[in-house]
Design a protein around this ligand. Structure first.
Ligand code: ZN
Ligand code: ZN
Length: 501
């Protein structure tokens, strides 16, 4: 055996995103025989305005990636998979079976949005690149959308659905297991096991976006055998500094008060998960006789309709109780045409409109919100996070009665604009620590959170759990891990993320 064979086995991990969207962890495995395997965990769209230009290039060669893993069907985790194939990625993308069934909906919808916004504003993309450090040769790719529905079809041919808790080989020396996760229907934590002859195996668990439970489906617990593995955990930290006691359960009261006042209640919803959760919530209120079935409910948003149909045609994925199995409330109308939308804008009667997108920036919400914001008999109730600069964030910040500019027209905010954090699909600090405390931890690598949140959460992990090593993942440093945890970090020096060892 030569020197090379004796060399260590390790994985270098770097995140493309410093904050919440554009999720993508790039992992390079070095085996003792110098073989190198490169894989990514998630490949999402950047959604914050300031990061949008990063959607147009990868700081690595797509063809160098051997395989991709996907944690769940949110566009900031899967949105650039078609682009990856377009750029020359030749490997497979592995996801849970349910996620693989859901992905075409999200990706085709995104392809449509991307091409329509490009048609509306072809200069927008070029503007994004001004004063950026992106090479100019990329500019000629910008006259076409990031990807098309054809690119989605091609990508989907290479997506492999894997059942929960079934361990499969994705490389001669790498096996993965998708572990149930309550964040979203189909969501997974992914356990990656790297083994090579007599070397001590390296285990890495990627939590993805994580929630312990879900109102719609049962989340199977983590198998005991995984709890003994010496584990490196890459954990999200979106709400790593928030505590459960800070959750304000205000939706029901706010909502029923608005209904009592005879208002139009508009709830901007995410198409997958939140739309169906809201339908279930309204069904519960009807069952409890708190909401009259004579008050009409409108569901607007093509993707929300598709996902609702997915739930209805896959009841086997949902909880088996009678309410969940019959979650559609009475008196629901799906809005599918222009005429009904126009009628809803002029209608003054008490009604409920559930509309995408959840942040108010896309979908039919773009029509309802600017119109209803100046109507006094209206409550607009957000039920999820709104990123800065979205229409949702903007109208939350304006005081009631304040005059503001809206698409060139001076408008007075007369509607009530409310929000709640009670429906979040992300674990709060207690549940994140709870999750970590299950394991034989060798290291904790923190990602998917605002920069300050990641640091604060890291301190809490050290304080409460004290694993051998704790690191912050970002695009600035590679973190090297082995079977015993963190080995070292070293800086990312160039755009191509070349390994510099
Ligand atoms: Zn998510
Ligand atoms: Zn996420």
């Amino acid at each position: 055996m030569g020197k090379n064979v004796k060399a260590n086995m390790y994985v270098d991990i770097v995140s493309l995103h410093n904050e919440v969207t554009g999720s993508c962890n790039i992992c390079t495995v070095r085996f003792p025989n110098t073989k190198k395997v490169k894989f990514i965990v998630d490949c999402g769209l950047f959604q914050e305005e300031k990061y949008q230009k990063q959607n147009y290039y990868f700081p690595f060669e797509a063809e160098d990636i051997n395989f991709a893993l996907v944690t769940h069907n949110h566009i900031d985790h899967i949105g650039r998979i078609p682009k990856l194939y377009k750029e020359g990625f030749k490997g497979k993308t592995y996801a849970s079976t349910i996620t693989s069934q859901l992905m075409p909906y999200a990706l085709n919808n995104t392809a449509e949005i991307l091409s329509s916004s490009l048609q509306k504003n072809p200069n927008k993309v070029k503007k994004l690149l001004e004063n950026s450090s992106i090479p100019t040769f990329l500019a000629n790719t910008l006259t076409t959308p990031l990807f098309t529905v054809d690119d989605v079809s091609y990508a989907m041919e290479n997506v492999v659905g894997v059942d929960y808790l079934k361990t499969i080989s994705v490389d001669e020396h790498i096996a993965v297991t998708f572990i149930p996760n309550g964040h979203l229907l189909g969501a997974s934590m992914i356990l990656v096991a790297i083994t090579y002859r007599k070397e001590k195996p390296i285990y890495i668990l990627f939590t993805g976006d994580y929630a312990k439970e879900n109102v719609f489906f049962d989340v199977k617990s983590i198998p005991e055998k995984f709890k003994d593995f010496p584990l490196n955990v890459v954990i999200e930290s979106t709400y790593g500094t928030s505590l459960k006691k800070d959750i304000e359960y205000v939706f029901k009261e706010n909502f029923l008060n608005a209904i009592k006042r005879g208002e139009t209640v508009i709830v901007p919803v995410f198409s997958l998960g939140r739309s169906q959760e809201m339908l279930l919530e309204l069904k519960k209120l009807q069952e409890e006789n708190l909401l009259s079935t004579s008050i009409p409910i409108y569901l607007d948003g093509k993707l929300a309709h598709s996902y609702t149909d997915f739930y209805l045609s896959h009841l086997e994925y949902l909880k088996s109780d009678a309410l969940t199995q019959n979650f559609m409330p009475h008196n629901v109308t799906r809005v599918t045409d222009y005429e009904l939308r126009q009628a809803l804008l002029s209608d003054r009667n008490c009604k409920i409109i559930l509309t995408t997108s959840g942040m108010g920036s896309y979908g039919p919400a773009q029509l309802y919100l600017p119109y209803y914001i100046s109507r006094p008999k209206c409550t607009i109730h957000f039920c999820g996070y709104t990123t800065p600069n979205t229409f949702g964030s903007r109208i939350k910040e304006i005081d009631k009665g304040e005059i503001f500019e809206l698409n060139g027209i001076m408008t007075t905010k007369k509607a009530n604009v409310l929000s709640t954090n009670e429906f979040s699909g992300h674990a709060k600090q207690e549940d994140l620590l709870d999750l970590l405390s299950n394991f034989n931890l060798k290291s904790v690598l923190i990602n998917h959170g605002e920069e300050n949140t990641k640091i604060q959460f890291a301190k809490t992990v050290i304080d409460k759990i004290n694993p051998k090593g704790v690191a912050i993942l970002s695009s600035s440093n590679y973190i090297r891990v082995g079977s015993h945890g963190i080995i070292k970090s070293y800086p990312v020096n160039d755009l191509n993320f070349n390994i510099t060892d």
